[in-house]
Write a protein that binds this ligand. Sequence first.
Ligand SMILES: [Fe+2]
Length: 447
Amino acid sequence: MAKSVKFGILVSFLLLAASALLAWTYQVFPARPSLESLLAFTIVAFLLEQGSTKLSAGGIGSTSFVIHIAAGIIFGPFWGSIITGVGTVMWLGTLQWAPVRLTFNGCQRMLSIGIGTLVYMYVGGTIPPSSLKESLFPFLLLSITYFLINSTAVSAAISIGSNRPFREVWSLNSRGVIGYDLAASSIALLLAWVYTDWGLVGLFIAVLPTLVVRHVYVMYRDLQDSSRELLEVMVKSIEARDPYTSGHSLRVRMLSRAIALELGLSIKDLEQIETAALLHDVGKIHEEFAPLLRKESRLTPEETALMQTHAEKSAELVGIVSKFRGTIQESVRHHHERWDGQGYPAGLSGEDIPLGSRIILLADTIDAMTTDRPYRKRLDVEVVIAELQKCKGSQFDPKLADVTTSSLSVRTLIAGTTHDADNADLSPISSKKITLLRKGIWKAGNA
Ligand SMILES: [Fe+2]
């Protein structure tokens, strides 16, 4: 089935469900808030959408869920949904998103807040909250419902658009941050409490700190993005000397990330492995390696021994950055160790080799096999897979080799490897986006 048809079915389903929800909740909870309140909440929701962030697996997130949830528990499921839907569509309209995407996001968010608020009321929550203490449990269920519906809908859309498994997309955009999201949503409860006592003045006083925190967070994110991009510039400039390694490190990073994702590693581990993979060969910048890198014939034993020192040289360089000392530096140092202990520089074997190094070795080998060389053309996917299987237990960690060869994402990357450094960033699982993942704590996703 074509992507557009699948997406059309998803949007139609959400539209029907949102319409039914609105029709029913309007019948049951018709009490309309004042026009000033509706306008104020919609404008604040719109303002909180500013400075939205890209999510790791695609889509964007914003802090507006705080005001959506607050609107739900202050005004009930119908008016909460209306504020949420109107604020979302206004904001996405300014970004000139296509009508079908406006509809999708408006509906999925209205459903998230509408159903979330119904759950809240069903377990004893009052509209507006009577006391903070009594509202806590219903509020927690509301937040969980909101994030489940929102993240499921957004992940389904991204999964359809990118042909990636739903589970992987959901996990990447939600794993590790859902706890932060739930904690951050508690601001909504405080906001509702302040608004109930103080009215609109209370709303603006409560929202102000959220905007300030948001601003600081966006500045921090930009700084981190700049650091990562500087690293990429450095690696690309090193590789520019050799046409056969151009883009190699970026591709090794992508492959390493795909393998690490299959293993279900934590976000922190994933980031460390990605950084180590990007920097694994930086030691090759040393002048002594230049003639060896340019040599088209096979290296002599002396030259090979010299070339092998690049792993230590890379680790030394990586260790200059204090933040990279420890796991990242050791993953770089040992990226040529073999499972059977026949590798270098330390001759480590089995699980004594850092996990990051074992992953990088697999990714590094895959990229070498799928790159055109002066003496041979790139190998086909099935040949690469057979080679990895043949060398498991000797060169590679056997479990990792199995995970790698059975991974759909890795196979897709191998088949689609273009060997163009610029194209490396265009992959649907571009590693660049991972920097944003851990900062997804202020988000209500959109696809
Ligand atoms: Fe290397």
